[in-house]
Design a protein. Structure first.
Length: 526
């Protein structure tokens, strides 16, 4: 009978052939030799399976498990935990590496102090183009040993240490107890938060180390920050499954009310990161369908809070970015029996309080629709529409003037923003039949009264025309240097310079702006 290894090192592998040898070598070169490597290949399509096979042929401590289809990082870790033979388990991403001696140090600490979790510092590196890397910062464990519920409290409530799974050693039984509450589902984002939350809840002793043991690379895998597609954004980058799992777990354990505020803080931070992916890594064309996917698939109030937090100090507004493909028409009942008209919340500002007030008004009065008046602030109207829909009512927008009047009076930008907002409405009450037909061709249910609302009649020609207008407006915006009311012209001028400099070679841009930054620091003694 084979001797049980002391440590199982779980290495999830998905298309990381470039970094995989260094990862495996960092384990095989450890001073501690009583371990196994459980390498789970998550249906890689590059040379990773070949590299794994070559290493396994040379060292019997490497066990290979193959997923027939790509299941995501959380599912890979579930597979590895179930397959592990060791007394303890450590997690190592295949584009990262262990530092020398960490396995022995962590194992001895666990054995000596009877720990369920041993936490060691992490070095965070950024890879450079010359093949080397630059150390940028450290992530540290909590300062002291923790026992019982203090482990979970210091992590989940006090944020005293980080939930990243990879910089820790765990007793394998602890992990197996935790994964009983995790469904088999695709999950690639916030999977660490999901797994560690459950482990911390059940752990009895947490021991920190002072010597760094893990090198984490920012610019590979999920942390690389590259442009992505709509399909990947919806399927691979969503944290919704992990958040739902943690919420359900807390409810099952009967501690939801106790930890609700702490969960919502974690939820907000994770969703803000997701909004950042939406803003930075999706094409303009994909932003609208991705936005609608998010609000269709998860708690809309939580997403509202994340969007408002993310854009709170930015010049951009959400309606400006909803420039992509026309969304699918919003469902709306053919007959509205209890519509509310001329209703406004007491909270005038865009806020969670205003959002909640809409929910309360609709549910208390059992309205099936709310007729929203035109609003000088398109973003406030957008969030009002989504709040009304989230509460289960139809959001019907009244337009007091013809669809071209605002264009003639306020200009194209205001007109385009209003168009993007109205596409989120359940229906549009137009001022005249011609305007109603226009909104129907834009994908909205529309009419001049509630009794004359007709289904959308989407027109490819109209959609193409609006897309062309949006692209034209965006392009010309880079070159407009109109001063604001106080004479400030920096922002549009910067956009013009940025557009020009992006045409220059990247190496020159870096040297030039590096020179400007150093000069600024010298002048202002920074």
């Amino acid at each position: 009978m084979d001797k049980r290894p002391q440590i199982s090192v779980l290495v999830p592998v998905y298309n990381t052939e470039k970094y995989l040898p260094a990862c495996l070598d960092s384990v095989l070169s450890q001073s501690m030799t009583d371990f196994e490597i459980v390498a789970v290949n998550d249906a890689s399509t590059d040379g990773s399976p070949r590299i794994l096979a070559e290493y396994a042929a040379k060292d019997s401590r490497i066990r290979l498990i193959n997923h027939p289809c790509n299941k995501g990082l959380l599912a890979v870790r579930l597979t590895g935990i179930r397959a592990a033979k060791g007394k303890y388990i450590m997690f190592l991403d295949s584009d990262d590496r262990f530092l020398p001696g960490v396995m022995k140090l962590a194992f001895e600490a666990a054995e000596t102090k009877k720990a369920d979790i041993v936490h060691f510092p992490m070095e965070i590196h950024r890879r450079l183009k010359n093949g080397k890397s630059r150390k940028e910062k450290y992530a540290y464990p909590f300062k002291h040993q923790l026992d019982g519920k203090e482990i979970f409290k210091n992590y989940f409530v006090d944020n005293a240490y980080f939930w990243m799974v990879c910089m820790k050693l765990y007793r394998v039984e602890l992990c197996r107890k935790a994964i009983e509450f995790i469904p088999d589902q695709f999950c690639l984002m916030a999977e660490d938060f999901c797994l560690y939350t459950l482990c911390a809840f059940f752990a009895e002793r947490y021991v920190p180390l002072r010597q760094p043991g893990y090198v984490y690379y920012l610019d590979s895998g999920i942390s690389s920050g590259q442009k992505t597609t709509l399909e990947k954004f919806e399927f691979r980058l969503t944290p919704f499954q992990a958040l739902r799992t943690v919420r359900n777990f807390l409810q099952q354990q009967g501690v939801w009310e106790k930890y609700r505020d702490a969960f919502e803080k974690h939820e907000r931070d994770i969703l803000i990161n997701y909004v950042n992916h939406w803003f930075r890594f999706l094409s303009d064309y994909d932003k609208t369908p991705a936005f609608n996917f998010m609000f269709r698939d998860y708690d809309s109030a939580a997403l509202f809070r994340a969007f408002r937090s993310y854009f709170d100090e930015k010049d951009e507004t959400v309606p400006e970015m909803l420039t992509g493909e026309d969304p699918q028409p919003v469902p709306c009942p053919e007959k509205l029996n209890r519509p509310a008209d001329r209703i406004l919340p007491r909270n005038e500002h865009i806020s969670l309080e205003r959002w909640r007030e809409w929910e309360t008004l609709i549910r208390q009065n059992n309205w099936d629709a709310v007729i929203l008046e035109p609003d000088a602030d398109p973003e406030r109207l957008l969030w009002d529409i989504l709040a009304v829909r989230s509460a289960g009512a139809a959001a019907v927008c009244r337009q007091a003037e013809g669809y071209l009047s605002k264009l003639e009076r306020d200009g194209m930008k205001v007109w385009l923003l209003e168009d993007r907002v109205l596409r989120q409405a359940s229906a549009v009450l137009a001022s005249d039949d011609v305007s109603a037909e226009w909104y129907r061709r834009r994908g909205c249910r529309s009419g001049t009264s509630l009794e004359t609302l007709l289904p959308p009649q989407r027109s490819p020609e109209t959609s193409a025309f609006m897309t062309a207008l949006a692209e034209s407006e965006k392009k010309t915006g880079y070159y407009r240097i109109d001063p604001s009311e106080d004479g400030e012209t920096f922002v549009p001028f910067f956009r013009k310079l940025d557009h020009v400099f992006r045409k220059l070679p990247k190496s020159f841009r870096k040297r030039f702006f590096g020179f400007l930054a150093r000069s600024y620091d010298r002048i202002f003694n920074q």
